[in-house]
Design a protein around this ligand. Structure first.
Ligand SMILES: [Zn+2]
Length: 604
């Protein structure tokens, strides 16, 4: 780290003598950090993160693709460079960064072993920040006749430039009439409104308006190197470090095209062929493995979103909410603790990896939840988005989705859901009554400990499962009574009805009424993870068993715990004949691959 300040504060006075300096990046950084000393602290932290990442060395084989947008600013017609010239620059970036450059074999043999395919690729953006399709090239006719070094007008529509596109999603490369420098770039960690690369139109690409000796697109290769946090190879000081281990320490920058080897400091030859030196374009031909590591470390610490940006795919994101899982529309929720869970659906043909969700209860300010994951095309995902404690009563909940993959949703019509639900005190009881052919004869009521009716219902539909959701006070033992006006119950002469309270089943075979002590039922219901149904109960002998899981064996015990009978059915939907047993209470132990459950059964 000791050389860092030297790197950052050495002003390249010698460059300024050229009138148009080759690169303004370092000088820009010095000016900005002098104005804003916090940037220096940020730089120190950045270097620590990079060095720590490089020590772990877990990314060298990862391939990255960086979305690029080119902004062409022109005042004179010749500055309105062609698409072909822009594409020639994109080709150079891809060739140079992946070591597919035609002049790779000009790298001296002493450096060829450390010459790197950086595995960084560049693609042309196919959509703009508004999520409309784009060619990846913008043209802006400006009244500004020329831009100077560090000219912030470049980055602003209102000042004669072009507003930068979110640099966390795009590498912005500006091309304009830039005086007094071939180009400049921002390092990572600076202000995002000007976090891009600027190149003079006469040193850009390989055709059109390009002039030798900077006519092979290497100015942009060099500046994009800075954008990925590479320093000049000579470290901006006499024999200083560029914070990369495998580049030779060299005294200063090289211009033109000198002859290898050209030793300086203690090296055996400057690496003037490196893109981060100042040589002519046709003398440059490599990045090193160390520079590759530093750029990968930067992508993984400072530019973490850019490689996962979807900017090079056509706009596709359509995510919607198909239902709210909890609470659902008109649901009665027992208790005040609400884990709001919604279900989003990816209507797109591509994956969605991040999403913002917002919810508001009773028009309170919206709460944000950021989801990250991998939601496949045409798939849904349940997401817990927040927790609320609410008072009893009716409440409204609004949930909406926003910015799938960081972009505007193409179809906002399915993004929002509004539901109403009710909070009640107490614990949840789910009552189901499967009626026989005469549902109209059936009614039920729940009474408290002093016999006062708390809930009742007379309207039972025939031949179907009638379900009721209730919240009952945990401290009170309630009694559920099912009545039949005709004294024939709901089983089994005119249909096979039953009564279910939570996971417990009871036979519908009764006369005028069936009375159940909810206190006991509710206290045992939660232990049945297999969701096993044993019915009818009481039984005349044949007991039917339904389970979510395969029942491997059934053991029948009397209430003294004596094993009377075993049965190995290996099925989830079975029956067992207990006609040989006397009337009375028995215990069925049902073993499944998910564990065992014990059920009481009454034989009569
Ligand atoms: Zn530079």
């Amino acid at each position: 780290m000791k050389n860092l300040f030297h790197i950052l504060f050495f002003v390249s006075i010698s460059c300024l003598a050229f009138g148009q300096i080759k690169c303004g990046t370092n000088l820009l950084w010095e000016i900005e950090s002098a104005q804003n000393p916090e940037l220096i602290q940020k730089r120190m932290e950045m270097e620590e993160a990079i060095s720590s990442f490089i020590k772990r060395r877990n990314s060298v084989n990862t391939e990255y693709t960086i979305p690029v947008v080119f902004h062409i600013l022109y005042n004179q017609s010749q500055e309105q460079i062609s698409n072909a010239q822009v594409l020639s620059q994109l080709q150079v970036l891809n060739d140079d960064f992946t070591r597919n450059n035609a002049d790779a074999n000009n790298t001296p043999s002493s450096f060829s072993s450390i010459a790197a395919d950086t595995k960084i690729n560049f693609c042309l953006a196919k959509r703009d920040p508004q999520n409309d399709t784009t060619s990846g090239i913008t043209y802006t006719n400006t009244e500004v006749t020329s831009f100077s070094l560090y000219d912030i007008r470049v980055f602003s529509d209102s000042l004669g430039g072009k507003d930068i596109w979110d640099p966390s999603k795009y590498l912005n490369i500006y091309v304009c009439n830039l005086t007094n420098a071939l180009g400049f770039s921002s390092f990572p960690g600076g202000n995002s409104f000007k976090d891009g690369v600027v190149i003079d139109y006469q040193n850009f690409g390989t055709n059109g308006t390009v002039n030798p000796p900077y006519n092979l697109g290497r100015t942009a290769t060099h500046e994009v190197g800075h954008w990925f946090n590479l320093f000049h190879i000579w470290g901006n000081g006499n024999c200083s470090s560029d914070m990369v281990d495998d580049t030779p320490t060299q005294e200063t920058e090289n211009y033109g095209c000198i002859v290898h080897p050209s030793p300086s400091c203690t090296n055996n030859g400057d690496m003037f062929q490196n893109y981060m030196d100042y040589s002519n374009d046709d003398c440059m031909n490599l990045f090193t493995e160390g520079q590759k590591e530093r750029m990968h470390a930067t992508i993984n610490t400072e530019r973490t979103e850019i490689a996962n940006s979807y900017a090079c795919s056509l706009p596709f994101e359509d995510i919607g909410i198909i239902e709210n899982i909890f609470p659902s529309e008109n649901q009665i929720v027992c208790g005040s603790d609400l884990n709001i869970t919604t279900s989003v659906f990816n209507f797109s043909n591509n994956n969605i990896s991040r999403l913002n969700l917002y919810y508001s209860v009773d028009s309170q300010p919206f709460q944000q939840f950021v989801w990250n994951g991998d939601l496949l095309a045409n798939s849904s995902q349940e997401i817990l988005i927040g927790n609320e404690f609410l008072t009893p009563g009716v409440h409204q909940l609004t949930i909406y989705t926003d910015l799938p993959n960081g972009f505007r949703d193409l179809n906002p019509s399915n993004d929002t859901i509004n539901i109403e639900f009710e909070i009640k005190d107490g614990n949840e009881i789910n009552l189901a009554i499967q009626s026989d052919n005469y549902g109209e004869e059936i009614s039920w009521q729940i009474t408290d400990e002093v016999g006062e009716i708390q809930f009742e219902e007379n309207n039972i539909s025939s031949n179907q499962e009638n379900t009721f959701q209730l919240c009952l006070d945990n401290d009170i033992c309630y009694t559920l009574t099912i009545f039949d006006q005709e004294n024939d119950g709901i089983c089994c002469d005119f249909g096979n009805g039953y009564v279910q309270v939570n996971n417990q089943y009871f036979s519908g075979e009764y006369n005028d009424e069936l009375q159940l002590d909810l206190c006991q039922i509710v206290s045992v219901e939660n232990i049945d993870l297999n969701n096993i149904k044993v019915f009818p109960n009481p039984s005349l002998g044949t007991v039917y068993i339904q389970s979510n899981n395969i029942v491997n064996s059934i053991s029948v015990y009397n209430i003294q715990g004596k094993l009377l009978k075993t049965h190995s059915p290996n099925s989830s939907d079975i029956n067992i004949n207990l006609e040989s047993l006397e009337k009375g209470l028995y215990l069925l132990q049902l073993n499944t691959n998910k564990g065992s459950s014990i059920k009481k059964i009454i034989l009569k």
